[in-house]
Design a protein. Sequence first.
Length: 240
Amino acid sequence: MKLEDMLKKLKKSAEESKKRADIARQRLEEAKTLSIKAKQTRDELQAAEDELKATLAETHKLEEAKDQKTKQLTARSEDESLGAVQKNKAKNELAQHLSEDPLPLRQAKITQTAATKRAEKARINADNAHAEAENARKVAEKTQAESEVAAEQAEHDRKEAEKAQQEADHAAALAHEAKLEAERAEAEARRSLDECEEKFNQAQRYLEEVRSRPGNFQGTLWWIDRDLKEAKKYMPKRKQ
């Protein structure tokens, strides 16, 4: 993979990791909020149950008092030692007593009914809040896991990009060194060529000098001239 593509992949992984981390933090905050709400509903449920327990105790107390009075009036209405007037009065009191609840008991039953409704509503709210908090917790855990995976991928891509960058830097350094070596070799070749050219020119001048001298050196000169022409073929065209 090219370094440019690697860097693009690294940028994308980093952005994805940040996005996942932000979502994970958001989900965690939502889970905390719902957890607090669930605790509040549990507290409300506990308060409603305590209220219901108190109203039940009060209702039970008043019902026992009513039952006790019922027993007393029943015994009085059945007491043979009483006269007819007193017995009838006792029977009327008993009938009136049984026909309706006393005001405190009626109020206690009304309070008990209201407390029962509040407790039931608080129980439903608590169950719903607990379910929402539990669901939010699971979502937060899943999102956190996804965030960690994205972070690991981003770290992996960062290391790969760093490795690719090091390799690219090393290759660039080698290329630079090779370029310098090529430039040195070219300079050395130019110097060698210049030296050869100078020696070739010296040989030509010497040949011309020998030709201008008196004497019969034509055979030797022909071979020297032939060697110079042969050597000239291997010189760069611009030097020819």
